[in-house]
Design a protein. Structure first.
Length: 286
């Protein structure tokens, strides 16, 4: 199993576009009290973005991603300027996006609160640039059925942006884990057969390492012990089943590798802060 794909799937990325239009300077757009993350792509022209005391200039082809609750302002002029500096037309593409925040994943915090992807970086991903072009064309066409196409294209774009941002963060320990052949092999075993009764010994044997060396290397690169990582993954898979199926809790417990509902409930409560039954009730209310 391709590990990164499995993790990205668990994040359940959702996205939509709510604005794509040409605007003449001078102009200003404020974004406040947003509960979802935001992204803005400068298709043509230029603008300034103000986030608190931080000010950045964005040019054609640049994209900015902002986390939930980050108030910001886009403008054709730099802040505090009294004169119109740019007389141009800006083509702006704006959208919302969200991730499943309660995901027990090493990538759940992969994005910084403010992330800028410059045109030069997007240019390296030819299909991503063409997808942006198709996305804006679909939105502006207002053709029948275009809403679902726009939303799906947005989700694909966001997943690719996560991958780009992940690739940037070479200091992120999980990045190094995926570059280590033996630890990657162990992660593949865990993700493809998380219900199996894995132990440090059996995994170490699978990848040709001693128990002590494997346990130390896994914890160092992944940022969690083998037991914690496996438990996180099992609980995440069980959460998806509890929320999306009508299976009995004891059947779910067995399917994710627990010998009894009692043991499963104890671990679930430790990681989620409630019992599986309470979690199912909460999801039904939502």
């Amino acid at each position: 199993m391709e590990i990164l794909s499995d993790i990205l799937t668990s994040l359940r990325v959702r996205g939509s576009v709510y604005f794509c239009s040409q605007i003449e300077s001078p102009w200003t757009k404020e974004f406040k009290n947003k509960t979802t993350a935001s992204f803005h792509l400068i298709k043509r022209g230029a603008c300034w973005v103000t986030i608190g005391d931080r000010v950045e200039q964005l040019g054609a082809g640049d994209l900015i991603f902002l986390g939930p609750g980050i108030d910001h302002m886009l403008s054709s002029e730099p802040p505090m300027s009294q004169a119109l500096l740019y007389e141009n037309t800006t083509l702006l593409l704006c959208g919302d996006c969200s991730f499943q925040h309660d995901v027990l994943s090493p990538l759940s915090n992969i994005f910084e609160q403010v992330t800028i992807v410059r045109e030069e970086e997007i240019e390296k991903h030819t299909w991503l640039k063409s997808t942006f072009n198709q996305l804006s064309s679909e939105y502006m066409s207002q053709s029948p059925g275009n809403e679902i196409i726009v939303n799906k294209l947005t989700e694909v774009v966001l997943v690719e942006l996560i991958r780009i941002n992940f690739g940037r963060q070479e200091e992120h320990s999980f990045f190094h884990a995926l570059r280590d052949k033996r630890i990657t092999k162990a992660l593949e075993r865990i993700h493809s057969s998380f219900e199996q009764p894995w132990t440090i010994e059996t995994l170490a044997e699978n990848v040709g390492m001693s128990r002590a060396a494997f346990a130390k290397r896994f914890s160092s690169l992944v940022g969690q012990t083998v037991f914690s990582y496996l438990s996180n993954l099992r609980i995440q898979k069980s959460k998806e089943m509890i929320a999306n199926t009508s299976l009995f809790i004891d059947d779910i417990a067995l399917s994710v590798g627990y010998e009894s509902e009692r043991a499963f409930t104890k671990t679930f409560n430790k990681y989620v802060g409630m019992t599986p039954k309470q979690f199912r009730t909460q999801k039904k209310k939502n």
